[in-house]
Design a protein around this ligand. Sequence first.
Ligand code: NAD
Length: 486
Amino acid sequence: MSSSPESAHRVTVARGDGIGPEIMDATLRVLEAAGAPIVPEFVEIGEAAYLAGDTSGIPEQAWATIRRNPVFLKAPITTPQGGGYKSLNVTIRKSLNLFANVRPSKSYAPYVASPHPGMDLVIVRENEEDLYAGIEHQQTREVVQVLKLITRPGTERIVRYAFEYARAYGRRKVTCMTKDNIMKHTDGLFHSVFREVAEEYDDIEADHQIIDIGTARLAAQPERFDVIVTLNLYGDILSDVASQIAGSVGLGGSANVGPDVAMFEAVHGSAPDVAGKGIANPSGLLTAAAQMLVHLGESESASRIQNAWLRTLEDGIHTADIYRAGLSATEVTTEHFTDALIERLGECPKELRPVAYRASRIKVDQRPRPAATKQLVGIDIFLDWDTDPRDPDRLGAVLQEAAGRVGWSLKMITNRGVKVFPGGLPETFCTDHWRCRFVPSGASATTFDAVLDLLASVHRSECEVIKTEHLYTFDGARGYSLGQGE
Ligand code: NAD
């Protein structure tokens, strides 16, 4: 792609399955014509590798190439049905620490039909933490749990990425979405880190919305949003809502970005129903390739390609998936769409807003923070306790005695988070899973040895301990939630 390979960026390229090879060839042709300074290194991953017995779909030699190069341009891959295969995307994302998922959703009305003509937003989703850490346990016959893990460094990194992205792409506002009115510690950390980081970017407006009402507003008035940054699960749902309502799933690109490697791909899949017919729309992968060039600091080439692409759409030169009689001028094949785009390199759209990406690499650095003083001030002991009837007062009496023997006191018992002792309501539904909160009698801090004494005493009272959570303060601030009704 480049006349001077020494200064060019080496890019791992997977041609993928289904329509993958067709749209990748089109994309590489455009990159070449635009003089993008990249050198592709091809890897074979996906269906053929799966069927040859490689369950990850990525052979060893492909991994070596993917890890060596800073960026990876990937065409869609077919996930074979019914074989217990792992998702190749999840494998790549987790293995390479691709912490940021970036998905723009834009409408190109009136040239491409869309129910939300003014929509132009980007969702920056945290990609590794939250409920997706995959730490799940069944603890009693009736109760299973999953751990929602939110970290300060992980949050800081994704939030800073969202603001840096806004700067690089000339965007004005970053909206954070959480549910911190309910999850005050996990979502609360995400929101408070957002507030801290936002102060470093006084050129960009920052606001916060609760995820439920935020999602409703996004669905009704997407044009009100610019960049949205959010946790993994909310981002997963939100980006599908946004793609769907933009009316342009086939045109969208997406990026998965990590500290060493970033992967760029179309939002859509391998479209086996149209594969081999020469009619696939290469726009999603082209948009992803433009994102890749901005990531590499090659903003000028990215803008050139994106503007020529917008002009092609505007001129009504459309592949079958977006062709509408009366709206489009000509229905074209993948090859003719690509030729038309290449002819327009150097031109800008007349009506749609041209892009002008800034020449800045998106880099996020971590700021060291002073360590907080951590104190152990109590413990939650979880029990599997299944008597008939399930009487919290009876359990409370047994535990008060066990605690009193070793210098602790029982503060409360909750069932599914609701306080049932002392002073619970008879209407509250109880399962066989009980959280029992103990604090040391008298002192405000305690030791691990004292916790072991308490555990032994509870165990001797014939209560089945299934899990413990330590209660800490950090610089005096409570690091645990209160029970509902505490
Ligand atoms: P899909 O996105 O491949 O196709 C959905 C519909 O949109 C089809 O009718 C298809 O013809 C059409 N379509 C999609 N992209 C198009 C394009 N560029 N041009 C013209 N028409 C296009 O979704 P699917 O059918 O659910 O999935 C097919 C395969 O792709 C599955 O094996 C799935 O697992 C895989 N997939 C891969 C990725 C990825 O690699 N990132 C993402 C999604 C799905």
